[in-house]
Design a protein. Structure first.
Length: 468
């Protein structure tokens, strides 16, 4: 009798939770079938543990989100907010017995205002959908993560994501003007503004950007927009060494140029793209640098940058003549991560950001780490802002290779810190980098972060176990 009572307790608890949730949500918004809920257990990161959620909830309104949080607080059930689960650090991974709060159904663009140059959106709006919508008004939303066709604005805000155009336009944090946030106890709080300026009190908006759902649930965002720029033109420059390509990056930035894109692919990545897509990229290149300008006279800017690349030792410089040729050149960069994944079946994507002046040291260090661990590690980088993505390729079915992959990942993060960088430029901390965040910001920094967490979430219900 004791055993049957013990075994029945989780079922009874789930029944109580489900009943309370259904009191304020439509039946189709509450998922309890384990075959379904298991599919919401994790994002796209490797080596990150994920628990089994008790229930998945898909609200469509702010009031429904508030009801979920009030229920969670009353029953002391943890809540893991999720977007499209394209993250790469385990930040959206479920914990055992949690409520997974998927915000993908809250996907309305509520307002596009060309005069104030703002958009007001719900968190489930897909990045690419917003970009296309504002483009119809002659406007531009610059943040463009590589997963922009799938990732959501809420997820972008949660991880403070970046993208290819950050070198000129900056990251997500610079475009979030205001937020509506449901707090852990179900209260609704508005932060920030709709105006171009505003300094009333602490900047709580910026605090939520990058908080990975640990402080509150973003249910509405006011985003800054820019005028739509001219069509960009792209230049590709080949180098006989990664050091020469990084020297070119330094020359471009020191020369005062403002490219709309400045991306680097190492020889491993170029070979992987060639193998998968048969793009005809030169097999002899050690590094490929892509530069783009969306200025009124991009051809002149490309000519100036091309000269700097040649001065740095470029073996070939190829400027595009038109938008179609530019898109063809960029296709190689967009295929990079998919191509690297095909090398061994699984990838572990690092996210180390270093000062631009140390970019060459980082790439050379990654080459040494790859040789030491007998692994294929390709590097693609947002070279203009020093944000690199060393990508470890490994066979997840091989325990020894998996162990070496994890060890190499940690050594790359250690190298990034040694070079004066940070463990994450745009992917977030999540589960994967908790230990490394503690090393980067130190014990006092961790104490302060935990103190902020207690103010907003005293019961530790929001995305517990993430960040620290």
């Amino acid at each position: 009798m004791i055993m049957s009572r013990t075994e029945a307790a989780p079922d009874q608890a789930l029944g109580d939770l489900t009943e309370r949730l259904l009191a304020g949500l439509p039946a189709e918004a509450v998922l309890t079938d384990t075959d379904v809920t298991t599919s919401y257990a994790h994002d796209m990161a490797s080596f990150c543990p994920a628990g089994a959620p008790a229930v998945v909830v898909l609200p469509r309104t702010v009031e429904e989100v508030q009801h979920v949080m009030r229920t969670a607080t009353a029953l002391r059930v943890p809540v893991v907010p999720q977007g499209a689960r394209t993250g790469l650090s385990g930040g959206a991974n479920a914990s055992d017995g949690c409520i997974v709060l998927s915000l993908t159904k809250m996907d309305r663009i509520l307002e596009i205002n060309p005069v104030d140059r703002i958009a007001v959106v719900e968190p489930g709006v897909v990045n690419a959908a917003l970009s296309r919508a504002v483009g119809e008004h002659g406007l531009y939303y610059p943040p463009d993560p590589s997963s922009w066709e799938m990732c959501t604005i809420g997820g972008n805000i949660g991880t403070a994501s970046g993208g290819l155009c950050c070198v000129k336009y900056g990251v997500t944090a610079e475009y979030v003007l205001g937020l509506d946030v449901v707090l852990a106890d179900g209260r609704l709080m508005s932060t920030g503004r709709r105006t171009a300026k505003g300094v009333a009190g602490y900047d709580l908006t910026r605090l939520f950007v990058g908080s990975e759902g640990s402080l509150g649930i973003v249910v509405r965002a006011v985003l800054a927009l820019r005028p739509k720029p001219p069509q960009q033109l792209v230049l590709a420059a080949e180098f006989a060494s990664a050091a020469a390509a990084c020297d070119a990056v330094c020359r471009i930035m020191a020369g005062g140029h403002v490219p709309s894109l400045l991306e680097l692919m190492d020889r491993t990545t170029v070979a992987a793209v060639n193998s998968m897509a048969k793009m005809g990229l030169p097999e002899t290149t050690e590094a490929l640098l892509l530069a783009a300008f969306d200025t009124p006279d991009p051809a002149a800017d490309l000519a100036a940058v091309g000269a700097l690349c040649e001065a740095a030792g470029a073996t070939q410089v190829v400027p595009a003549d038109d938008a179609a040729e530019s898109e063809l050149l960029l296709q190689a960069r967009r295929l990079s991560l998919t191509a690297l994944e095909a090398v061994r079946g699984v990838t572990m994507i690092d996210d180390v950001c270093v000062p631009r002046s140390r970019l060459g040291d980082l790439i050379e260090g990654v080459e040494r780490i790859a040789e030491k661990h007998r692994l294929t590690i390709g590097v693609v980088a947002h070279a203009g802002d020093g944000n690199t993505h060393p990508t470890v390729c490994f066979d997840a079915a091989d325990p020894d290779e998996s162990r070496r992959a994890r060890a190499s990942f940690d050594e790359i993060m250690a190298l990034g810190l040694e070079l004066g960088g940070t463990i994450t430029g745009e992917h977030g901390v999540g589960v994967l980098k908790k230990e490394w965040m503690a090393r980067e910001i130190g014990p006092v920094g961790i104490e302060m972060q935990r103190g902020i967490k207690r103010v907003f979430d005293p019961l530790d219900l929001l995305n517990p176990g993430k960040l620290f």
